[in-house]
Design a protein around this ligand. Sequence first.
Ligand SMILES: Nc1ncnc2c1ncn2[C@@H]1O[C@H](COP(=O)(O)OP(=O)(O)OP(=O)(O)O)[C@@H](O)[C@H]1O
Length: 357
Amino acid sequence: MTTRRGGFTLDVDLEVAPGEVVAVLGPNGSGKSTLLGTLAGLYAPEDARVTLGARVLTDSAAGVSVPAHRRRVGMLSQQALLFPHLTARDNVAFGPRCAGRRRHEALAAARELLADVGVAELEGRRPAELSGGQAQRVAIARALAVEPDLLLLDEPFAALDVDAAPAVRSVLRRLVRRTGQTTLLVTHDVVDAVVLADRLIVLAEGRIVEQGPTAEVLARPRSAFAARIAGLDLVTGTASDGGLTTEEGTPVYGRPSEEVAPGEPAVAVFPPSAVAVHRKPPEGSPRNVVPVRLAALEPQGEVVRLRAAASPGGPPWVEGLAADVTPAAVAELGVEPGDDLWFAVKATEVAVHPRRR
Ligand SMILES: Nc1ncnc2c1ncn2[C@@H]1O[C@H](COP(=O)(O)OP(=O)(O)OP(=O)(O)O)[C@@H](O)[C@H]1O
């Protein structure tokens, strides 16, 4: 598709498999909202062909453009945008009613969905009587109530406070997985992509500059933007009681940030600034301590990023882990590439999230 807005041109070619969740990341103004708007039928593209299953939604060459409300494309944005005069239940039942469902059927379906998103007891409240997180849960229920063929999520957690966002993300993850909902998710948060998406695409200046399985793009970023968002330490494994267990069986201790059941695929996430670097294994406090071989020293503004490789006999999953330390600490440690070191990170600094298979 090619869509112009003012002097900006979006030019992308994208295919999403049924049931797939694709995350779209990119700097401000890279065209993420323009992409969603074009799929939703909000903008008239200059030259595009958009198909959903067997249906043609847009074919500019043939003069076809299905209006937004007939696309069976659901949209959820930062703000819940509920009808202010309707109760939570009636907000969710509205779409099915418009699609011709009987009133009692639509209300029953709405109640079930409100229970699914964890706000069954709020069904009689109006939007003004809901918190941001509660309203967004209702908005998720409303978006799914019409059983859209494609769900578009435009920064659905951005307006929520940091405490509410992971719980709402969990709810969305569970429902999207259960219904096999085909989804395109625009986000600024790489953790959203890890938790929800099978695949990640990176937009820059209206074009796709990178795409692939989420973990792969983050492990081997090619664009400057992907490198920057990949600036978190990620360790994948299987959730356990106190954190996760890597594929090789190493325990990584952390705190579950949201609903993640033992035995499920999980990812441990921590900032490189939380990693302490030692010459000898540190003693005492309960934390994660792992041997690494120093691969590189990368200056990063105020700090130096120590990049790890596996040490002989050590676990392979440390490959690529980063530790940010001050230049003074680097001088004091006297480290050089090839040195054998220990990376340590406190369990309280490690967030454990569920991960898409
Ligand atoms: N109404 C408009 N008229 C003209 N140009 C517009 C309009 N809306 C957006 N643009 C331009 O289109 C480009 C893409 O905007 P878009 O909102 O799709 O980016 P985005 O990636 O979603 O950004 P953000 O992360 O800031 O939400 C921007 O350069 C913007 O200046």
